[in-house]
Design a binder for this molecule. Structure first.
Ligand SMILES: C[S@@+](CC[C@H](N)C(=O)[O-])C[C@H]1O[C@@H](n2cnc3c(N)ncnc32)[C@H](O)[C@@H]1O
Length: 350
């Protein structure tokens, strides 16, 4: 039998090695919280000025000196920091990703995923499997997008939007390079959040007019992002509900949207696009695609577990996607990797 996880031979029958493997996997929660600590205490930002002692970082941050040292020591064994001796630490390449001010920063993603609504919902994970549905109602009293829309959760919603934007930038570059917009005038980013994807396409093609359709709380962020990039004259953001109606377009972008919803809901979103698409128009779905079962360190199936807990959605394999497209008036015409484990699935109307 082949290795299936981190090089451990699943057929070894070595109880010591097997126990070590299980223990290692279990400490995943500690690893996630260590990253969160580094992000929350802005340790990577502090160290961007150069090597510092844990005590200096603690003084800047107003945190407990010994606890800060222990956190930085733990982060060093994850390769996030390097220990330079005598409690002095430096930032590593991967630690740099938790700075707030660098392109490709993952700081907001760490804070959004390892805290708040997400973390509370994981406590109910076994029930998500028993019942086959999200446990955010049990954990938060409402579904996740309702939660983010509440004014009292505005800060967490902004963090999530930032996290989505940062993650987006990892794949946007590849998707923009792969999709042809030669025959396109209007693009609607369905559930486009801060609009990073459509704005990047508009930067690449100065003839495109772009629009974000999202819930009311998200559209202001998209407008200000367009203004920041000097694209306001070709851009608009509208508040709406993609289950009800989407504006007409030559090209719809659905990036990490379908994985939030079950098959019936996803088909409704795709049908909204199918009803409104201009003659000869297309849709571009960007999602992870689950491949062969049992691949080591398979991020798509891990994300699938998060989808089960946080949403009624799921990550899908290509057969599952194709069934969804066929049920909603679309056919997959092109498939290409766009980076970060994501794929572009181009759809034509049938
Ligand atoms: C996982 S995020 C993806 C954001 C963006 N497409 C990206 O990849 O960065 C899902 C987005 O769908 C939006 N959304 C959720 N329900 C919606 C609805 N009924 N109508 C329109 N947008 C919705 C959320 O506000 C959020 O911005």
């Amino acid at each position: 039998m082949p290795d299936t996880n981190r090089g451990i031979d699943v057929a070894s029958n070595d109880p010591v090695a097997d126990a070590a493997a299980v223990f290692d996997m279990l400490t995943g929660l500690v690893v996630a919280q260590t990253l969160r600590g580094i992000a929350a205490l802005r340790i990577a930002d502090h160290l961007s000025d150069g090597v510092m002692t844990a005590e200096e970082v603690a003084e800047r941050e107003g945190s407990h000196p010994q606890a800060t040292y222990r956190l930085m020591r733990a982060a060093s064994s994850l390769g996030m920091l390097s220990h330079e001796g005598q409690h002095r630490f430096a930032l590593t390449g991967r630690g740099r990703l938790l700075r707030s001010d660098v392109p490709g920063s993952l700081r907001s993603l760490v804070l959004a995923q390892a805290g708040g609504a997400h973390w509370q919902s994981w406590d109910h994970f076994p029930d998500a499997v028993r019942q086959g549905r999200t446990q955010t109602r049990q954990a938060l009293g409402m579904d996740i997008f309702e939660y983010y829309a509440k004014p009292e959760h505005a800060e967490e919603a902004a963090l999530f939007a930032q996290a989505m934007g940062d993650l987006s930038s990892l794949v946007t570059h590849g998707a923009v390079a792969a999709v042809s917009t030669a025959d396109v005038s209007t693009v609607v980013d369905v559930g486009g959040s801060n609009g990073d994807f459509v704005l990047s396409l508009m930067e690449a093609n100065p003839r495109l007019s772009g629009q974000v359709l999202d819930l009311a709380h998200a559209v202001e962020g998209a407008r200000s992002e367009a203004e920041k990039r000097g694209l306001s004259d070709r851009f608009s953001a509208v508040a709406g509900d993609f289950f009800a109606e989407v504006p007409p377009a030559d090209l719809y972008l659905l990036k990490t949207i379908l994985h939030d919803w079950d098959d019936a809901q996803s088909a409704t979103i795709l049908r909204s696009c199918r009803s409104a698409v201009n003659e000869g128009g297309r849709a571009l779905v960007v999602e992870m695609v689950i491949g062969e079962i049992g691949q080591p360190d398979d991020f798509a199936t891990r994300s699938d577990m998060a989808m089960l807990t946080m949403t009624n959605g799921m990550e899908r394999d290509l057969d599952e996607f194709d069934a969804l497209f066929a049920a909603s008036g679309w056919r997959r015409s092109k498939t290409y990797p766009v980076g970060g484990g994501y794929f572009g699935l181009e759809l034509v109307a049938v």
